[in-house]
Design a protein around this ligand. Structure first.
Ligand SMILES: Nc1ncnc2c1ncn2[C@@H]1O[C@H](COP(=O)(O)OP(=O)(O)OP(=O)(O)O)[C@@H](O)[C@H]1O
Ligand SMILES: [Mg+2]
Length: 319
């Protein structure tokens, strides 16, 4: 598929295109979903109107219409795909696996299996659709330095795939700060289109935001930045019909100190609103894990058991 270049946007010449690329906007798709205020700051425009004109022109180039019918929406969502997690019970809990055009969030305390699910998905997404994969490549944003190529190798080999090929099909991006995380998402629009990426993973979405913005007075700024990031992530999923999986950390609920200590997802309302399906993970006895869907537009609240093995994620066999 031929990609539309920045120079093809009406009113954008070579110099402006160069300036935009330098600021991190390498694709028309990324530009079309960028808030004008952000573009003004990053590309160094003095007034908001200039930035607004560019974003608007990018949208027009893509033919993005502001009005549509529910019928158009329905037709568009027919090409939605689902990716197996490796466990039938977990797939069933998710309504058939992790879906494209949506953000699926896995949240839970340390060791609950979030990264293990991501590593497994980064292999299963490569399977063809008839084998419940997405038939594409994977972009893995590793913000915590916990990506394990050894584990991917092991999972791929145990699922009967060529492990070296499976590793070649995963594009890895180690993320060092929240600014870096935001910038790399801008680049992802072009990368995902060029490399037939069908699954984008952010493990975890929250760690840099949590460690850089400390104290109540920075909370509003953090949430604003996280909100813009999540919106862009969802647009990436929608525009390229790919699945986005994010992990999130559990946060102790201070209000409950003293009598029961309950954990809740970090990221507050921003993540609650932005994620399409939210799954809480916790450990159970015998190395098993429990997954609970606690927020979804179309799935009931329910929980199921799975286990982590050399194959990645698997069903717990009935005895
Ligand atoms: N090959 C394996 N076979 C069985 N279990 C494994 C294997 N590899 C890892 N595990 C299990 O996975 C657990 C780690 O899970 P994971 O790294 O997904 O946690 P997490 O939810 O991402 O935690 P964190 O918040 O620290 O990132 C280990 O404690 C171990 O129980
Ligand atoms: Mg992890």
């Amino acid at each position: 598929m031929k990609r539309v270049q920045l120079e093809e946007i009406e009113g954008i010449g070579k110099a402006t295109a160069k300036r935009l690329r330098k600021a991190g906007y390498t694709s028309v798709e990324a530009l079309a979903v960028t808030p004008a205020r952000e573009l003004m700051q990053k590309a160094g425009y003095k007034d908001l109107a200039s930035a607004e004109r560019i974003v608007e022109a990018a949208r027009k180039t893509l033919g993005a219409s502001s009005f549509t019918t529910a019928w158009e929406h329905w037709k568009l969502t027919r090409n939605r795909m689902r990716c197996t997690t490796g466990s039938r019970t977990l797939d069933a809990l998710l309504g058939g696996g992790v879906e494209t055009r949506a953000i699926t969030e896995f949240v839970g305390p340390y060791g609950s299996g979030k990264t293990q699910i991501c590593l497994t998905l980064s292999v299963t997404a490569q399977l063809p659709p008839e084998n419940e994969g997405l038939g594409g490549n994977v972009l893995f944003f590793d913000t915590e330095g916990t990506f394990s190529s050894d584990r991917v190798y092991q999972i791929a080999a145990n699922l009967g795939l060529n492990p070296e090929q499976a590793l070649h099909n995963i594009i890895l991006s180690r993320i060092y700060t929240s600014d870096h995380q935001v910038l790399m998402l801008d680049y992802a629009f072009q990368k995902c289109a060029e490399e037939n990426v069908k699954l984008v993973i952010v493990d975890s979405v929250i760690s840099h935001f949590r460690s850089e913005f400390v104290g109540r007075e920075t909370l509003a700024e953090r949430q604003q930045k996280l909100n813009e990031y999540m919106h862009k992530l969802l647009r990436l999923a929608e525009i390229l019909n790919l699945a986005v999986v994010v992990t999130n950390q559990a946060q102790a609920n201070p209000a409950a100190w003293g009598y029961t200590i309950t954990d809740r997802p970090a990221g507050g309302h921003v993540l609650a609103h932005a994620c399409t399906t939210r799954v809480w993970l916790r450990r159970a006895e015998g190395g098993k894990r429990i997954a609970k869907v606690f927020d979804s537009p179309c799935l009931p609240e329910a929980e199921r058991i799975f286990k982590i093995t050399e194959k990645g994620i698997e069903d717990v066999k009935e005895t």
